[in-house]
Design a protein around this ligand. Sequence first.
Ligand SMILES: Cc1cc2nc3c(=O)[nH]c(=O)nc-3n(C[C@H](O)[C@H](O)[C@H](O)COP(=O)(O)O)c2cc1C
Length: 199
Amino acid sequence: MKYVIVGTDRPGSNSKKVAELVRELYAKNHGETVEILDLREIVKGLQEGPQYGAVSHPILTEAANKVEKSDGLILVVPEYNGSMPGVLKYFIDHLKYPDAFEARPVCFIGLGGMFGGLRPVEHLQQVFGYRNSFIFPERIFMINVHQHYKKTEANPDGTLKDPMILSLLQKQIAGFRKFVDALKSAELHALTKPAPPQK
Ligand SMILES: Cc1cc2nc3c(=O)[nH]c(=O)nc-3n(C[C@H](O)[C@H](O)[C@H](O)COP(=O)(O)O)c2cc1C
C-alpha cells in the first residue's frame, strides 16, 4: 500500500484536499487504493513523548507501522515560513531509524504562494536523501494553491480543475507507480531487498 502524507495539521488544509485528489486519481485511473495519513489525526499521538524511534502512543504506532510497511510515500507539503510545517518534521523525527525510510520510494507535491512549495520540497529532499530513500525525480509545485480551490461562479464547488496541474498529477502518479514496481522487482526496495548477511 502507498500512503499519501498530509504534511500539516491545519484545519481546512489545502494539502488535505490535494491528498484526497491524489487518492481519487490513483483509484480512478489505476484501480489502486492508496490511504491518506493525516497529520491532523496523527498529531494527537505525537504529544505524549518522549517516543522518538520507539513509538508507544496507539495513533502514532499505527501510523509508524503503516510507513514501515509501505510500498511508497507521497508527501503533500505546504510551505510555512520558507520550509515544511514543523509538525511534519516532528512526525518524521518520531519514526524508526533506519527502517521507516531506508530504501523506501518517496515523491513530493509542494503547495505554496509564488514558489509553489519549492522550498519545503527541497528541504524534504535533503531529509529523505539523508535517510537513503529513493526520491522520485518528478516533483510538482502548486503555485498560489488557494486560488485553485477558490469558489467562483465558474467553479461553484471549489474543486481543483486546472488542466495543467491535473495532467502533472496524473503523470507523476503513473511514473511513481512504475518507479516503485521497478525498485521492487530489482530487489532494491525496502520490502524486497535481501537481508544483510548475519555476522
Ligand atoms: C503558518 C503559515 C505560513 C506560511 N508561509 C508561507 C511561506 O513562507 N511561503 C509561501 O509561499 N506560502 C506560505 N503560506 C501559504 C501556504 O503555503 C498556503 O496557504 C498553503 O495552502 C497552505 O497549505 P495548507 O492549506 O495545507 O495549510 C503559509 C501559510 C501558513 C498557514
